[in-house]
Structure formats: C-alpha cells, structure tokens
Design a protein around this ligand. Structure first.
Ligand SMILES: NC(=O)c1ccc[n+]([C@@H]2O[C@H](COP(=O)([O-])OP(=O)(O)OC[C@H]3O[C@@H](n4cnc5c(N)ncnc54)[C@H](O)[C@@H]3O)[C@@H](O)[C@H]2O)c1
Length: 314
C-alpha cells in the first residue's frame, strides 16, 4: 500500500506517517515548512520517518508543485497540510490561510480526480461549527465559523465533498477536536502550559479558564485517519473527538498534579476567534469506521509531559 501525507513535517502529518510506516506502507511526505513555528521542530518530527527506507520526503508546496507524479500509484492521501491556528488568521495573514488551506486543497483534489486514488482523507476542524451552546456538536449542526481560519477549513471541506459528488473522488473529512499529545505544536495551549510549569514560569491563560474543549489524543486522530481511509465511507464528514469535555482550569490542575508543581496562572483577555466550548458527537465515525477514542485526558497529558521533558532535556 502506498500513501501520500501532506503537511508531513507537522504535528499530525508526521504522526500519521510514522504509524503508516510501522504498518508496512510506502509513504511519501510533502511539506514546505511554512514558518508558523520553527523548522527545527518540524525536522525533529521527521527524524523517525526519514530513517525508514520506505519513506520519501519532498520539500515543496501544494500551492505550486507538480502533483500528478506525486500521486502516481498512491492508494491513500492523508491531507494534513494547512496554515493552522485560529488567532493569527485575521488581517493581512488571511492570504496565507486562503492559499494554503483552500487553494492548495482544490489543487490536490483536482489532481486526485485523475489519479484514481482509493481515498482522500481531509483534516477538517471543529472550528467549522463556531461559537454555539448547541452541544454536543453533530455533523448535521449549523456551521458558522467564528474565525477566518474556520472559514478556510470549512471551504476546503466543502470542496472535498464537491469532488466526491461531482467526480466520484472518494473522500472523508474528519473534523478534529483540539488535538494534543507528543509533537503538539508550540503555539497550542497544552504545549505552552506544560512548558511554563516545567520551567516554573507563569501560564498565560486567555479568559477565565471555564472555556472547555473536547481534547483528542494524537494516537486516536491517527487511528481515525487510517480507519477512515480503509473503510467504505465516501463523501462523508465525521467528528473526531476524545470523548470527554474538560475546562482549561481542570487541565491546568491536572498538569500541576502530573508534574508535581503548583501552576502559576496569569489571566489575559479572551482572544478574538476563540469559542467558549466544543464537544463532539462521534457516533457517525463509530458507525462508519469503528472509531472509538482510547486515550483519556490524564493518560494523554502524562504522555505529552514526558515528551516535553525529554525535548527540554529535563
Ligand atoms: N492540531 C489541532 O488541534 C487541529 C485541530 C483541528 C484541525 N487540525 C488540522 O489538522 C491539520 C494538521 O494540523 P497540525 O496541528 O499538525 O499543524 P502543523 O502546522 O503542525 O502541520 C501542518 C503542516 O502543513 C505544512 N504546510 C502548510 N501549507 C503547506 C503547503 N501549501 N504545502 C505543503 N505543506 C504545507 C506546514 O509547513 C506544516 O508543517 C491541519 O490541516 C489543521 O488545520 C488540527
């Protein structure tokens, strides 16, 4: 089996690549190292895959690379490439979001249309739902993104469904709910909180901490991708969540317990684009490809703390 992973140097893309290689796939990874966070971190994400003979890495952008050759003989595409992050998506930066999230996805789908791949799995996001009290979020719930980032993720999701409806490109869109665990991006809350507690520095918390999220462990996200690719599901949209909702205050307490140090918290203004709560109804993913999250928040956070300690040499 042959797979193409886009955004392969990132948090999720590198984790999917490693699992596929362990399972005996031939994997090509593509990434252009956009400078949202340091290249050095992405190079570390790639280390295990690059040591494997079944892995090929291509440093190019989906915005302008030649795609037909990359898709030759590919069974599954795991499309993780994007400009991530809600808070940076306002203002002039929006162009980066529309190019890398929408235009890049359209190019990939257009190429997949001619390539005859078995499945394109698209990394969508819970941010398509926006700020709502209608919980849990269901795939049939209204989609009203609360940030420009969410608008681009939803636009690309619509494109993915359109290419199935019009050209029978087999697709599955997975709406990830906040992903965490080893390799989590340095801009994301858990990474920043854990680093602060490990260094005995202040945690910068936006809002009162009572905002809650359905946090999803990276291993469960990877399993959902593989299961969706191999299933008969075509053209569908699926929530992928961790199974419980936790507030930021609870997360901070847990991090303190795991590390064994009282966290110091500095409260800041709520950021534009941040939603109050997320919670996933994952019954469709359960029904169509047997998805069930396996790692709970305490175990997942412990694994992320261990990884960050190792990275910081502690
Ligand atoms: N991490 C989360 O909590 C989360 C939640 C919902 C959805 N998602 C989605 O999951 C995917 C992966 O997120 P992540 O957290 O791993 O982000 P990440 O930033 O770690 O990885 C994305 C990678 O894509 C690459 N990339 C961007 N544009 C590209 C292009 N035009 N061509 C080639 N490579 C390009 C970047 O260089 C980066 O390495 C994204 O699509 C994101 O929108 C993530």
């Amino acid at each position: 089996m042959k797979a193409l992973v886009t955004g392969a140097a990132g948090f999720v893309g590198s984790s999917i690549s490693d699992r596929l290689l362990e399972s005996g796939y031939d994997v090509t990874g593509i990434d252009c190292f956009i400078d949202y966070y340091p290249r050095e971190i992405k190079e570390q994400n790639l280390e295990a895959a690059r040591a494997n003979d079944s892995y090929t890495f291509v440093e190019q952008s989906l915005v302008d690379c030649e795609l037909a050759g990359l898709l030759e003989g590919v069974d599954y595409v795991f499309h993780q490439a994007a400009q991530a992050g809600v808070r940076a998506s306002w203002g002039d930066e929006f162009r980066i979001y529309s190019d890398n999230n929408v235009f890049a996805t359209q190019r990939l789908l257009e190429a997949a249309r001619d390539a005859g791949v078995k499945k394109v799995v698209y990394a969508s996001s819970s941010s398509v739902y926006g700020d709502t009290d209608d919980l849990p979020m269901r795939e049939s719930s209204a989609t009203r993104p609360h940030s420009p980032y969410g608008v681009t993720k939803l636009a690309a999701e619509h494109l993915t469904t359109l290419y199935w409806r019009n050209f029978k490109v087999p697709t599955a869109s997975l709406r990830y709910f906040t992903v965490y665990g080893p390799r989590q991006r340095p801009d994301m809350a858990f990474n920043r909180f854990i680093a602060a507690v490990l260094r005995d520095e202040e945690i910068q918390l936006y809002g009162d901490g009572e905002q809650s999220r359905d946090f999803t462990f990276i291993g469960d996200i990877v399993s959902a991708n593989v299961a969706a690719a191999r299933s008969d599901a075509r053209g569908g949209v699926y929530n992928i969540g961790g199974g419980t909702r936790t507030t930021m205050n609870e997360v901070i307490d847990l991090i303190g317990e795991i590390i064994g140090r009282e966290p110091k918290v500095k409260r800041l203004e709520v950021q534009k684009g941040d939603v109050k709560h997320t919670a996933a109804d994952t019954s469709s993913a359960q029904k169509d490809f047997g998805f069930a999250p396996e790692v709970g928040i305490r175990e997942g956070l412990t694994r992320q703390v261990d990884w960050q300690k190792e990275r910081l040499g502690l």
